[in-house]
Design a protein around this ligand. Structure first.
Ligand code: DAT
Length: 173
């Protein structure tokens, strides 16, 4: 039994996963587990895809690499996919959402190539990550939150922080 919950923060690139995760980690003492960083640092990949401009992730290796940490609890898992994580590891799945214009501006600021930019905008419009989360986890642990502005981000963080406190109270000995 873990004494601190595990939370996935997911969504299309640019929605605000890293920003939310970092602030939440600072406020709550939970650990920001950047999957991107683990994939790079621990080489949980089979090389770089030029087409997708991302690592070709070796999911088995990645899961082996993070298993002990996640099983101990208290991880904020930041990744643009969620259906690879075993259900028993996860207590809450937050899917961040952004309107297309805002996402366009954020990805353009990151110098994304037009094709990749468009692919991500389409994915956001089609709610790909939200569907993935709802298919992979019980619906009651999947929460959709909008992240268009810093006011929304503040409110999201307050909500998640309150949820963590409640989880700890409910799971105290
Ligand atoms: P992700 O980790 O999902 O790719 P990020 O946290 O790196 O996204 O954020 C992308 C950019 O958008 C970054 O410059 C911070 C900004 N941003 C994120 N969430 C925001 C919000 N709710 N309001 C304003 N700016 C935000």
């Amino acid at each position: 039994m873990r004494s601190s919950p595990n939370i996935i923060i997911t969504g299309t690139p640019g929605v605000g996963k890293t920003t939310h995760s970092e602030i939440l980690a600072e406020r709550t003492g939970l650990r920001h587990l950047s999957v991107n960083q683990v994939v790079k640092d621990k080489e949980c990949h089979e090389g770089w895809s030029d087409e997708y401009q991302s690592w070709i992730v070796d999911e088995d290796k990645l899961l082996d690499e993070i298993e002990d940490d996640v099983k101990a609890g208290g991880c904020i898992i930041d990744w643009h996919a969620c259906d690879l994580f075993p259900r028993s590891w996860i207590d809450l799945v937050v899917v961040l959402r952004v309107d297309s214009k805002t996402l366009y501006d954020r990805l353009e600021a990151r110098n994304y190539a037009e094709a990749k930019l468009q692919e991500n905008i389409d994915s956001e419009i089609m709610e790909v990550l939200l569907q993935e989360a709802r298919e992979a986890f019980d619906e009651e642990i999947v929460v959709e939150l909008t992240s268009n502005s810093s006011t929304e981000m503040e409110s999201n963080i307050d909500r998640i922080e309150a949820w963590i406190k409640q989880w700890k109270t409910d799971h105290a000995d």
